[in-house]
Design a protein around this ligand. Structure first.
Ligand code: RIB
Length: 302
């Protein structure tokens, strides 16, 4: 087994307010207490993987401001080496403005800041790590040229690539062909496949369309329902346990971090998906992004 999971992606500070409901355009709603949490899809996935026992290398870019400094301190506390977090003197750290409603649903606006300045040249220091990883886990909150560079580097070296295609964005067939496992939610699967995902049947249709583009394994996450897996042409559906959703922010990130750890530790894909669903189910019962990711002992006790 190769010794580490490489995560390339974003790091944000989340500015969160919980409100009874999400505001309509032009509307002001009064919310509850303001919270400032560690977030960013890349960082959330890296922390989720580290908490579940993964040996994680996280490559990201943060500003030289208080938010970047805080993020680095938190990575250290999670056992993630901050040596691959590149300081950016020109841009502020990424910030996300998040509203969470009473059902745990959220809306998010991201000011990417330094994340948008993470360029292929920034990956040079960690090139040998990507080339020798157990797997590469990557999302779309950084420039697409950087995603393409990292994915190509990994694929050329026979490294398994897990792409969480979030936030939703169209992707070239050339990039998709290099992906081993893709993990869209319903919206992202709809955009990438060109077919709307509203139930298990349409999810299977979308998964088969994505597989036809050359992706070996497609996992469509479907929130409280669970996840659909299409692997080697065979479709499986995994139910999620019933749980009381407090905050669904980063549930997908926890799913991806957990999936990576499960595969890293030698679980089959049929074992890895329910493992990841259990981790995500725990996270939705807690507020915050990284703060909601479970530790391995919590997952084992779930
Ligand atoms: O996936 C959730 C994350 O999206 C939040 O932590 C926020 O920072 C945005 O990146």
């Amino acid at each position: 087994m190769k010794p580490f999971i490489v995560v390339v992606g974003s790091s944000n500070t989340d500015m969160v307010v919980k409100a009874g409901r999400l505001p309509a355009p032009g509307e002001t709603v009064l919310g509850g207490t303001f919270m400032m949490n560690a977030g960013g899809k890349g960082a959330n996935q890296a922390v989720a993987a580290a908490r579940l026992g993964g040996n994680v290398v996280f490559i990201a870019k943060t500003g030289k401001d208080i938010f970047g400094k805080q993020a680095i301190e938190l990575f250290k506390q999670e056992g993630i080496d901050p040596g691959y977090i590149i300081p950016d003197a020109e841009n502020p750290s990424g910030i996300a403005l998040i509203t969470v409603d009473d059902n745990g649903e959220n809306c998010i606006v991201v000011a990417s800041g330094a994340n948008a300045a993470l360029k292929p040249a920034d990956l040079q220091k960690a090139k040998h790590l990507i080339e020798n990883a157990a797997l590469l886990l990557i999302q779309l909150e950084i420039p697409i040229e950087t995603v393409e560079y990292a994915v190509t580097l990994a694929a050329e070296n026979g490294i398994k690539v897990v792409l969480n295609p979030a936030p939703a964005c169209t992707l070239s067939d050339e990039l998709l062909q290099k992906i081993s496992i893709i993990t869209p939610n319903e919206t992202e699967a709809g955009l990438l496949s060109g077919t709307k995902v509203i139930n298990k049947e349409s999810a299977e249709t979308a998964a088969r369309l994505l597989a036809a583009k050359g992706i070996k394994t497609v996992i469509i996450t479907m929130g409280a329902e669970g996840a659909l897996l299409l692997h080697d042409g065979v479709c499986h559906f995994f139910e999620a346990p019933v749980c009381n959703a407090i905050d669904t922010t980063a549930a997908g990130d926890v799913f991806n971090g957990a999936l990576a750890v499960a595969l890293f530790s030698g679980k089959s894909i049929l074992e890895a998906v329910p493992f990841a669903i259990r981790a995500a189910s725990i996270s939705v019962g807690r507020m915050g992004a990284q703060s909601s990711a479970p530790y391995l002992h919590e997952l084992n006790a779930f």
